[in-house]
Write a protein that binds this ligand. Structure first.
Ligand code: SF4
Length: 429
């Protein structure tokens, strides 16, 4: 029987889809191998967030073929959708599948014989209207699973290629969400992370995101978490639900991208800094122990020192608890790439360093507030006599002992933090 290994680049959505592709291989009798182990077939699910995608893709394909030159190589995902010819030109790639084709991957493979030329199957993103149901439920820890509820995006942020790669917004029916959630629960997972490209835009018949949150709140599981949500889509109803729910994690990840109104307008984001601030303050005021993270892009075209300073001060004054900082990366076929005012790579690096340090100090401040307090942790991994896991409010915690096998929430007391590494904790006596 043939063996297959899979690897994912990019977001949680991609991870959940790779996991589902892996399941379809094992259902057909293939043996799943760890990434890095020799296998007959290799599937790479790519991302297109930065221009490094092609370099990374090339390196990975090369290293897989170095170990086993006869491996049949399949590349799919956002980069494959956007630049299929570029990928087909990489030595050793056999099959390139676009976003719609990824869904039916098994239909495109025959005898896995390597040929001189690679094949491309890729429809326009406008035809990406099907929903690829996916959830990741095959990691070792069996505690936290990612469930895809929505795909694609109707927004037109000037810097983003996702709508070109994944098509317009579409959502999975509530019935199917519950069926997939039940499969995850039956597999023993204790936390479900609801994921999508733009989860707040969930729409299926009369159902909106708030309805899905209420439905999943009734499931027999310890925790439900939302991967991220656009600030303009956080309604009062969502806040009030999060405040009252015992299952819904007190953690929101809310992309900001810039704290300067001129830049936000140019990015075509659907809020200004005042609206963003109001939402953050409302969440902090209502939800006990909430942790709020944000994505920020630095070096967007036209971002002057003054614009950046506005972002820095805005974030500094806001009760955000951590940042994911991205240096702006030019992406083909986006509007931002043609804008004047290119920011030098040096300034992009400098600005991202400043925001990363701000993020570290905010995280340290947040973690420090819990030292000496008790929080419940869902163990995810055990190594070298320590267990690691997350609290509901997204604090990564490490404590001595191997509690993973019990697959349940563990109550610990937080003892020590440097704000960067997992917070040390101890089990109660
Ligand atoms: S909301 Fe904007 S940044 Fe996010 S996926 Fe949609 S277009 Fe891209």
């Amino acid at each position: 029987m043939k063996s297959v290994s899979l690897h994912t680049l990019g977001c949680k959505l991609n991870y959940s889809e790779t996991s589902t592709i892996g399941k379809s291989f094992s259902e057909k009798g293939f043996t799943l191998r760890e990434y890095g182990e020799p296998a007959d077939i290799f599937v790479l699910n790519t991302c297109s967030v930065t221009e490094n995608a092609d370099r990374e893709c090339r390196q990975i394909v090369r290293s897989v073929l170095r170990k086993n030159p006869d491996t049949y190589v399949i590349v799919t995902g956002c980069y494959a959708q956007l630049q299929p010819d570029e990928i087909a030109g990489i030595d050793g790639v056999d099959l390139v599948l676009g976003i719609n084709e990824k869904l039916h991957l098994m239909d495109y493979i025959d005898n896995f014989e390597k040929r001189d030329l690679s094949c491309i199957y890729r429809e326009s993103h406008e035809k990406a209207t099907d929903f690829f149901e996916a959830y990741s439920a095959d990691t070792d820890s069996r505690t936290r699973a990612f469930l895809k509820i929505q795909d694609g995006c109707n927004y037109k942020c000037s810097f983003c290629t996702i709508p070109l790669a994944r098509g317009t917004s579409r959502s999975l029916s509530p019935e199917k969400i519950l069926v997939n959630a039940q499969k995850i629960i039956d597999a023993g997972y204790r936390e479900i992370v609801l994921t999508g490209v733009n989860t707040g835009d969930y729409s299926f018949e009369n159902y909106r995101l708030i309805d899905i949150l209420k439905l999943t709140d009734g499931l027999d599981i310890d925790r439900i978490r939302l991967s991220s949500i656009e600030p303009n889509l956080i309604t009062d109803e969502i806040i009030s639900f999060a405040k009252d729910s015992e299952k819904f994690c007190s953690h929101f990840h809310i992309p900001l991208q810039s704290g300067d109104n001129e830049i936000l307008r140019s990015m075509r984001r659907r809020y200004n800094r005042e609206q963003y601030r109001d939402t953050i303050l409302k969440l902090k005021e209502n939800i006990k122990d909430i942790c709020i993270g944000a994505d920020v892009i630095v070096g967007y075209p036209g971002e002057t020192d003054g614009n950046f300073q506005n972002t820095l001060e805005f974030i500094n004054d806001l009760p955000l608890n951590y940042l994911h900082v991205f240096s702006y990366s030019e992406r083909r076929n986006t509007d931002a790439v043609n804008l004047p005012g290119k920011v030098s790579i040096r300034d992009r690096k400098l600005r991202s360093g400043i925001l990363r340090r701000l993020s570290d100090s905010k995280r340290f401040e947040f973690y420090s507030g819990y030292i000496g307090k008790r929080l419940s942790v869902l163990p995810e991994s055990c190594k070298d006599g320590f267990t690691e896991g997350l609290t509901s409010n997204y604090i990564r915690v490490k404590f001595s002992g191997e509690s993973l096998t019990e697959n349940r929430l563990v109550n610990v007391k937080l003892t020590r933090t440097d704000g960067v590494k997992p917070v040390f904790a101890e089990l109660p006596d």
